[in-house]
Design a protein around this ligand. Structure first.
Ligand code: ZN
Length: 468
């Protein structure tokens, strides 16, 4: 209650960002159209990397198809051991810990594994669901007013927001007889490029980025959207605050060093998120993005996979296509979970994507959500359904589009209200602005505003400009 009061007071003074709640409110969830979402700033704690060679200056949507990619790694000595749980006493992690406003991180219980290593719901009051714990209740509307709702589906009927987890798929498998090299990148990216120049949103594992940065650069240049999917793929609600920070930080750092961009989107492995984890991710600049349908493709036989019969996954795809064709799928579009994980998952998408393209409007997840600027670097402006050709409109709209992303990673909305959302966001940023930096100045400093209230001190980063 106290937090709601603080939020209301700040909203009244115009120092909180008013943002549309979500691109995908579910019918059963609160349908508020605006809320007092905590303003966040572009990360100041990432190292200042020079622009990587071979990366475009912004979205072109023109893939460069090649049969192979360089396999040089980033400087691995600067990172935790790939796929290991990162240490938390590292000075870079401590710097992020200091930057987070812990008054705006709910003190949810840290969840535990049971004796089988599966997450345990024992003792959690799922009827009240105090932590908005998705793994237990599928909750997507945080219990605190200062966090945005999770993204779960495309608002427009007939849209298929294409997305893949767990990449970029490395060729260097060490752990089994399966040789997936033919299926490693650039296999999927080539396939997408050759099939209607298809774009997708890619949720990357930091350990896969540091070991295969050329694949991340290729995906960015091709026009895909890069998001964070942790360093070592744990159940995030079982991690301490420091470990949550470390899982997110090293992945952000890897993507930034490899490609020059800083994502404002993340997906929790297994969808395992609660309000504590959401709040930390939000303050690190990222909105939580889930899905509304799951292919279970990760569970098919393959490197790192399971024992689900591929025919079952085929059945899911057939069902989605049939429901769309016969009109029973008529409430909203979909975000369907798929993976670039192994030969099985990649061959499954190669089998079904052409059929999906005949039935659905297949676009990247961000395009269906009308999120034009998925990174804190504002020179990357992607097509959306509201603005399918940003390159054409870049010059005239540069000012408006650049300010729309400056205050909050929540600036997504349905096609019908995107303009009002961007306007509200833009106006908020003007109120908060104390600088006139160029949107393309990647080294300009973010401004911040400290507001003292009787109830406490809240740091509000305005982040009009980029600091990355
Ligand atoms: Zn995953």
């Amino acid at each position: 209650m106290q937090l709601q009061l603080i939020g209301a007071m700040l909203l009244a003074t115009g120092t909180f960002v008013t943002a549309q709640q979500s691109a995908s409110p579910s019918a059963s969830s609160p349908s508020s159209t605006s809320s007092s979402i905590l303003a966040v700033q572009s990360p100041t704690w990432l190292p200042k990397f020079s622009k990587p060679a071979g990366v475009n200056d912004g979205y072109t949507g023109k893939p460069n198809i090649t049969d192979t990619l360089p396999t040089e790694t980033l400087d691995l000595s600067a990172y935790p051991e790939p796929w290991s749980a990162p240490v938390t006493d590292h000075p870079e992690i401590q710097a992020v810990m200091k930057a987070i406003d812990w008054n705006h991180v709910p003190k949810s219980s840290i969840k535990k594994d049971d004796s089988n290593g599966d997450i345990s719901f024992s003792g959690y009051d799922e009827s009240k669901d105090p932590d908005c714990w998705w793994s237990d209740t599928n909750c997507i509307q945080p219990k605190v007013p200062y966090l945005p709702q999770d993204v779960v589906y495309c608002p427009n009927v007939g849209d298929w927001g294409l997305n893949y987890d767990d990449g970029p798929m490395n060729p260097n498998h060490e752990d089994g007889p399966l040789n997936d090299d033919k299926w490693a990148e650039p296999e999927l990216y080539n396939f997408l490029a050759k099939n209607n120049n298809q774009k997708a949103t890619l949720f990357y594992i930091g350990s896969n980025v540091v070991t295969f940065p050329a694949a991340a650069r290729r995906a960015l240049n091709d026009g895909h959207v890069l998001c964070v999917h942790t360093w070592s793929h744990p159940q995030m609600t079982t991690q301490s605050n420091e470990k949550v920070v470390a899982e997110l930080y090293w992945t952000l750092r890897a993507i930034k060093e490899a490609t020059g961009v800083t994502p404002r989107c993340w997906r929790p492995p297994f969808g395992d998120v609660d309000d504590r984890v959401r709040a930390i991710a939000w303050q690190m600049g990222m909105r939580t993005m889930l899905w509304d349908e799951d292919t279970d493709d990760w569970n098919m036989p393959g490197d790192g996979g399971g024992d689900l019969a591929p025919s079952t996954v085929d059945g899911y795809f057939e069902d989605w296509i049939n429901k769309r064709k016969n009109g029973t799928d008529n409430e909203h579009g979909h975000i369907v979970l798929e993976h670039e994980l192994n030969n099985s998952t990649v061959s499954m998408t190669e089998k079904w994507l052409p059929k999906l393209q005949e039935t659905f409007n297949v676009v990247s997840m961000h395009q269906c959500l009308n999120i034009s600027q998925p990174y804190w670097e504002e020179n990357w402006v992607y097509p959306t359904e509201a603005n399918p050709d940003p390159a054409q409109n870049n010059n005239s709209n540069n000012t408006a589009s650049s300010s729309s992303s400056s205050t909050s990673p929540s600036s997504s909305s349905s096609a019908s209200d995107s303009s009002s959302s961007e306007k509200a966001s833009s106006e908020s940023s003007k109120q908060l602005s104390s600088s006139t930096d160029s949107p393309s100045d990647a080294n300009s400093a973010a401004s911040s505003l400290t507001l003292s209230l009787a109830t406490g001190i809240v740091m509000l980063g305005t982040a009009l400009s980029l600091t990355l």
